[in-house]
Design a protein around this ligand. Structure first.
Ligand code: HAM
Length: 422
């Protein structure tokens, strides 16, 4: 086959018929379960103001410093959203959602954009589903957020996951921890990887996130955040763990889990899978108690998570989980001659009105070719219409799987179809 002249950008994929069914199935599961958990959907624009993402996600993060797709048009600075927490917080402030009362329980599904180096499980346009709970700092909200995340994966059948949790403390706890980290790493500066050397100055917590081999022995001996949490942060985290225990959600406290976005405070968590290779995070999230205020809103503690949909599908494939039914149609109208085509065209709306999916040939093909097409379309029944059938008012009604045929009137066919649908 000739190579196409125009292709998608690197790391950005078309989702084609044949694949779309698994997306639809997953989206249906998310929407149904979100409703059961009493979350409401929110949809924000694909583009945001660059300033929001820079302030929200953090100037020093990889996402902002290296990975945003941004451009200027007139006086406006646009960015393709790299994530949805800052946009949801923006919408919360812009539309005064706090005035609806109570805590806002929101969910979203949609594309995000990061100019990363593409590899397995790492794309430039990828899709996330996620939830944000705004307005509560009760550890119950943390537990519910994690419970929803686990519920979706369990529901799909991805159960061989590992939940890692940590508390990165409030700003006061984190400041004293940062100082301790700098004090610890400084004497070993020359042994650190290049990236960790940079982080030592700008964001020492992220050294703990390093995958570089030379950093590992040092990280292992680094001071632990749990010894620097103030009473409030420590108390909050122990309640989160207690609720997870009460919900029988297995987890592991990982003192090195710091997450790569700057807005986090206190609870941080990640769900990892052994089936994903080096990009092993299925989902991640945490508290961001200061973000809403940071972008000009009222004091609003909040927590949420986001999950990578493409990574979820990789895990499904590894585990042999099939999502989505193969494409099919209830009825294929096979026609011979002009009068039959007109009759078929008029009969399609009668079938469809009854909720029966139906199609016919649009290419003037032979009956044999139409039969082949009915098979390709995975039709459950075929109805044959020619001049003779039209005269008699009876049509060949074929059960494709059983290869059985009967001569029936349209009324009888409709009755059969309706009774087989119930
Ligand atoms: P994140 O950890 O940056 O968090 O992304 C969440 C998930 O999105 C990851 O665990 C991964 O599955 C998927 N993901 C991220 N980048 C890529 C990529 N380049 N290609 C494919 N999948 C990717 C957030 O985005 C936060 N907004 C989560 C959150 C919500 N925190 C609080 N509320």
């Amino acid at each position: 086959m000739a190579k196409a002249k125009y292709t998608t950008h690197l790391g950005m994929n078309d989702i084609l018929p044949g694949e779309i069914e698994k997306w639809q199935t997953l989206e249906n599961v998310i929407r149904r379960e979100a409703k059961i958990f009493n979350f409401e959907e929110i949809r924000t624009p694909i583009m945001e103001q660059t300033e929001l993402i820079v302030r929200g996600v953090g100037q020093l993060t990889d996402i902002v410093s290296k990975e945003i797709f941004a451009f200027k048009r007139g006086d406006d600075h646009y960015v393709l959203r790299p994530e949805c927490t800052a946009p949801v917080a923006r919408a919360f402030v812009e539309h005064h959602l706090d005035q609806r009362g109570g805590s806002q329980k929101l969910y979203y599904i949609g594309p995000m954009f990061r100019a990363e180096r593409p590899q397995k499980g790492r794309l430039r346009q990828f899709h996330q589903f996620g939830i944000e709970i705004l307005g509560s700092d009760d550890p119950v909200a943390d537990a519910e957020c994690i419970a929803f995340m686990m519920h979706i994966y369990n529901r799909i059948g991805i159960t061989n996951t590992k939940l890692k949790v940590n508390s990165i403390g409030d700003p006061e706890s984190r400041d004293s921890y940062k100082k301790a980290l700098v004090k610890f790493f400084q004497p070993y500066r020359e042994q650190l990887s290049e990236i960790s050397k940079k982080r030592l100055e700008k964001n020492p917590l992220r050294i703990l996130d390093s995958k570089e081999e030379e950093d590992q022995p040092l990280i292992e001996n680094a001071p632990l955040i749990e010894n620097y949490l103030n009473e409030e942060s420590a108390g909050h985290f122990s309640k989160v763990c207690h609720y997870l225990d009460e919900l029988s959600i297995p987890y592991e406290v990982d003192p090195h889990l710091v997450r790569g976005l700057d807005y986090y405070t206190r609870t941080a968590f990640e769900l990892v899978s052994p089936d994903l290779g080096s990009q092993d995070a299925l989902a991640g999230g945490g508290r961001y108690d200061l973000l809403v205020e940071e972008i000009g809103g009222p004091k609003t503690p909040a927590i949420g998570f986001a999950a990578g949909i493409e990574r979820l599908f990789i895990a499904c494939k590894e585990l042999g989980i099939e999502l989505g039914e193969p494409k099919s149609v209830d009825v294929y109208l096979v026609t011979l001659g002009g009068a039959a085509r007109t009759w078929a065209l008029q009969t399609l709306p009668i079938l469809r009105k009854k909720g029966i999916s139906a199609t016919m040939d649009y290419m003037g093909r032979s009956m044999k070719a139409q039969m082949k097409d009915a098979n390709r379309e995975n039709a459950t029944y075929a109805i044959f219409i020619g001049d003779h059938e039209l005269e008699q008012g009876k049509f060949t009604y074929r059960d494709m799987e059983a290869s059985e045929e009967e001569m029936l009137t349209l009324q009888e066919i409709l009755e059969r179809l309706e009774s087989s649908a119930t």
